[in-house]
Design a protein around this ligand. Structure first.
Ligand code: HPA
Length: 270
């Protein structure tokens, strides 16, 4: 293990005093409410963790919250890093290498996304069935930490087993849920209507600016992934409305309670 990663891992383990996280959750823009449901939380601000990137975007809390949720030991990464902040790919995916080092085997990843599929509305939740990497980069380029190139299989990027469990959790709670393909762009501009038409044509149902780098690294480590998009707006040109980050945050905030309930039920089923 690289020295930096080892120091990060040892710092976090010392704070967790024997607690072993099994499930990690990455929360997207305005979707951090699930962290409040954790019992006996241990909170570790990113700024205190050696070698951990430091947060900069409003709406992103920037802390690890560990504790029990749905009878499992969970670790919430409340605040993520994006390419659009001008971060390096290494920074974006560093937390995923850290959860792997801590022994996490399941990753739940959430994000805010624009709805491309015409049946989607703001406030809908979409189980991510698959993704399209439109970032033009891949965090696995050149190999990871000098360990050589690994041709990572992505046929189960979002595990069928976990998608079925998400479906079952939604059905049990009578939460309406959609399914679809998430396409990632680097941002920070939203898309043009022409880009959205093109993305629909190549098979995307939702568009966002995150998630794909983290999932690539999680699959590299053989961590099983479940993904959920919160549709915060209709993508450019689907409606005549202009897009705004404030709206994305507001719809995320209004939807996070439903999302937190769903994830709690889901985690209980794991
Ligand atoms: N496009 C890209 N990213 C997003 C959007 C969008 O419409 N909504 C939330 N994140």
């Amino acid at each position: 293990m690289a020295t930096n990663l080892k120091e990060t891992k040892e710092f976090i383990e010392a704070k967790l005093t024997g607690f072993k996280p099994e499930v990690a959750i990455v929360v997207g823009s305005g979707l951090g409410g699930i962290a409040d449901l954790i019992t006996k939380p241990v909170v570790i601000p990113y700024k205190d963790i050696p070698h951990f990137p430091k947060p900069s975007v409003p709406g992103h809390a920037g802390q690890i919250v560990c504790g029990q949720l749905g009878n499992k030991n969970v670790l919430v990464l409340n605040g993520r890093f994006h390419l659009y902040e001008g971060r390096s790919l290494e920074e974006v995916v560093y937390p995923i290498h850290v959860i792997d080092a801590l022994g996490v085997k399941t990753l739940i990843i959430t994000n805010a996304a624009g709805g491309i599929n015409p049946s989607f509305n703001p406030g809908n939740l979409m189980i991510i069935e698959d993704h399209i990497n439109f970032l033009g980069v891949n965090p696995l380029l050149g190999g990871v930490n000098g360990s050589g190139i690994k041709f990572t299989d992505m046929t189960q990027a979002y595990s069928t087993r976990l998608r079925e469990k998400l479906d079952a959790a939604a059905e049990k709670l009578q939460i309406q849920i959609w399914r679809g393909v998430y396409l990632a762009t680097p941002g920070p501009s939203y898309e043009t209507p022409a880009e959205i038409k093109a993305f629909a044509w190549i098979g995307a149902d939702a568009v966002g600016m995150s998630t794909v780098p983290e999932v690539l690294v999680a699959r590299y480590h053989n961590i099983e992934v479940a993904g959920i998009s919160c549709i915060t707006n209709l993508a450019a040109g689907i409606s005549s409305k202009r897009l705004s980050h404030d709206e994305v945050l507001a719809v995320g905030a209004a939807t996070q309670e439903k999302l937190a309930k769903l994830l709690t039920e889901f985690i209980g089923m794991l």
